[in-house]
Design a binder for this molecule. Structure first.
Ligand SMILES: Nc1nc2c(ncn2[C@@H]2O[C@H](COP(=O)(O)OP(=O)(O)OP(=O)(O)O)[C@@H](O)[C@H]2O)c(=O)[nH]1
Ligand SMILES: [Mg+2]
Length: 457
């Protein structure tokens, strides 16, 4: 029998209510001992999941006025008996109730232990359990929708469908190995190849979307660079729709790096505005410039701003060298002013880079910048309505491994190697995919996954 566990399920700090959750065999018995309501009925005479008003008592002493609900196994979060206590949302009542509960045969839950139990008791598979954490930490509504879809089991269904097909293929191969002289028609190399290719294509499609999935989950780190005074901070403010960064006509206004989050078509963007790049004797500005340069390397996307009213300078050429093999959007700003920039030279310097003309002062071209960012992330689509992305690095790595094993099986089949060798590779792919849903996985990996959860979840 599993221990009974308890944890505070609401965040730290002051709030209207705080929730303490208890799960396991003893939870009903414990709540019966510490909870008193006016009619003094035995709690188990209440309806399942009904909210019951009353007080938590430590002997004769009232600890807090609360609402309690009892949820009977098996239709609960963990599938065990679960009790939730809604008390006042301050650290004192919450802590006191928790301490009181811990005087009984109940222990503190480990991080993620409630969800781990939901997994171990078979209510959720591993990919669904992992999505719970993504739901909580989602940075945009889009990120939430993708995680929710995973909780609903879209990934599990997809993975299980492939695994079923692989299993069927393995059993056909097995029959051909074990009973070669029986009347059953042996599977041919060609038939194996067809099956394998079909699964390879499905997996490949999943992998293709995984870059987008990672960005939807973790955000896109975007750096705005350019010479002083070209309008970098103005662009940051325009994307944020808020005057966060200081804008002046004095070159060298931004001395340090400014970081802000913004949601662009469902993509969480961490935008970094940097100090304008130029040679300078000013020590403070020098540090800023060096920091700007170091930010290129870490960025997923670079927005390089140039001033339409200035000629291309030595600094611009230097920046162009830095960004050559980066994902870049070039913004030619101040198009309201007379153009002095040599576009022939610029096109020559910046082959195949996307260029957008803006006048931030007149609010021109900003939407184009946003659309271009979305396009880069959604593989050409400006607004993807799709929610079927794989966002979890662990899943992506396993899908890659499964892909490689299927490829190995295809190669083996093409070189007409013995069936037992082909089968080994197929079995590997089958097992890797099983690690996503938790069908084939070691206890250590499971522990590691849930230890990243927050307490009380
Ligand atoms: N005419 C015109 N002026 C602009 C435009 N965009 C920005 N400016 C002006 O250009 C000046 C510099 O803008 P900032 O956004 O501070 O430029 P920055 O690149 O952040 O400058 P540093 O922080 O010094 O590197 C300000 O006076 C802005 O009002 C534009 O599209 N047209
Ligand atoms: Mg600035």
């Amino acid at each position: 029998m599993e221990d009974t566990i308890v944890a505070i399920s609401t965040p730290n700090g002051e709030g209207a209510i705080g929730i303490i959750r208890m799960s396991g065999e003893n939870s009903f018995e414990v709540i019966n001992k510490i909870f008193v309501n006016k009619s003094k009925n035995n709690l188990e005479s209440y309806k399942n999941r009904e909210l019951i008003y009353g007080h938590i008592m430590d002997g004769e002493n009232v600890i807090d006025e609360v609402l309690v609900s009892l949820m009977k196994s098996p239709n609960t979060y963990t599938t065990e008996n679960v009790v939730e206590i809604n008390c006042h949302g301050g650290s004192v009542p919450i802590r006191r109730i928790l301490d009181l509960i811990l005087t009984f045969d109940v222990r503190m839950a480990d991080p993620g232990e409630f969800t781990k139990r939901a997994f171990l008791n078979g209510r959720l598979d591993l990919s669904q359990a992992e999505s719970v954490m993504d739901l909580i930490s989602a940075k945009t509504p889009k990120g939430f929708d993708v995680a929710y879809n995973q909780l609903e089991g879209y990934l599990s269904v997809k993975i299980n469908t492939i695994r079923d097909k692989l299993l069927e293929l393995m059993s056909k191969i097995e029959v051909s190995i074990d009973y070669p002289e029986e009347d059953i028609k042996d599977i041919t190399h060609n038939e194996i190849l067809n099956e394998l290719n079909e699964n390879k294509n499905i997996i490949n499609k999943m992998l293709k979307n995984s870059e987008t999935g990672k960005i939807i989950k973790n955000g896109l780190s975007t750096v705005i660079i350019g010479k002083p005074n070209v309008g970098k901070s103005s662009l940051l403010n325009a994307l944020l729709k808020e005057a966060k960064a200081i804008v002046t006509n004095i070159p060298g206004t931004t001395r340090d790096v400014i970081e802000e989050y913004v949601n662009i078509n469902g993509i969480p963007l961490k935008i970094i505005d940097t100090a304008g790049i130029r040679e300078t004797d000013n020590e403070i500005e020098k540090i800023g410039v060096n920091r700007s340069k170091s930010f290129f390397n870490k960025a997923d996307l670079v927005i390089f701003v140039l001033n339409n009213a200035e000629e291309i300078s030595k600094e611009d050429r230097e920046i162009i060298q830095y960004i050559e093999d980066k994902k870049v959007i070039i913004v030619i700003n101040k198009t309201d002013l007379e153009s002095k920039i040599d576009f022939n030279e610029l096109n020559e310097l910046l082959k195949n880079k996307i260029m957008i003309r803006t006048s931030i002062t007149n609010e021109h071209g900003i939407e184009e910048v946003e659309d271009e960012i979305a396009k880069m992330v959604y593989n050409g689509d400006i607004k993807s309505s799709e929610n079927e992305y794989i966002t979890n690095i662990r899943h992506i790595n396993l899908i890659k491994k499964a892909f490689n094993s299927i490829n190995a099986a295809i190669n083996a089949t093409e070189s007409a190697i013995g069936y037992d060798f082909i089968e080994v590779d197929i079995k590997d792919a089958y097992d890797y995919l099983g690690e996503i849903t938790g069908d084939t996985i070691g206890e250590d990996v499971i522990d590691k996954i849930f230890s990243n959860f927050c307490l009380g979840k």
